[in-house]
Design a protein around this ligand. Sequence first.
Ligand code: ADP
Ligand code: MG
Length: 250
Amino acid sequence: MTVPVTPTLLYLDNVTVSFDGFRALNALSLAIDHAEMRAIIGPNGAGKTTMMDVITGKTQPNEGTALFEGTHDLTALDETAIAELGIGRKFQTPTVFELHTVEDNLLLALKNKRGPLATLLSRRTNREQERIDSLLERVRLPAQRHRRAGELSHGQKQWLEIGMLLAQEPKLLLIDEPAAGMTDQETADTADLLRDIAKSKGVIVVEHDMSFVRALGAKVTCLHEGSVLAEGSLDAVSANERVVEVYLGR
Ligand code: ADP
Ligand code: MG
């Protein structure tokens, strides 16, 4: 009897994206496992954001394969369908509802299928309250639950937005430069939070702050000119001569 193989969570192979002949991604190949965290580094223009655009269906590759859980062809699906498969993306700027409380932001994210007003006016069920409580714990905001999101620090807003993504129960989270603009303590807490999330979900983090990348304790992929330049432990990638030349040494 053969042991069933769990397909890779995310599989990119030979993905190329051309803008007027310029290859933002050039035969990019990358695989992310279930419950794996991966840090993506590389100079500006390396293709990091374009890679996330391909995974989330914002950009169609000209060539290549992009599979989720082995069967879902991401190149054939639109952004909504990909989000529904369980791929969540966090952009650099937090997009929370500033005038609503932290709790209400999470409630809105839990029930995003109903209109926001109907959601806030309806009585929340015990089940919903339990989920809000557990999300608050997870993103370290129980003490802030009744504050308006607009009053939170930059770091706390980022965590709230991560909580809102977790409310959708994604299987893979894509996070762009979470540590930018954070205090040292917030940066350390964010690394803890992401490590915690990656115990049960795939997490791809694009980041420039090398001390933060170290705190993630994840495998690192360095992109350059739309391809993988180096991949491995942070120590191995940092010691790679080409990585030093195009990125770290500058
Ligand atoms: P990174 O996020 O690593 O800084 P990007 O993925 O944003 O890199 O960009 C990769 C390259 O593709 C850059 O040279 C950028 O100028 C180019 N690029 C990205 N998006 C577009 C677009 N819509 N049209 C033309 N060129 C683009
Ligand atoms: Mg970018």
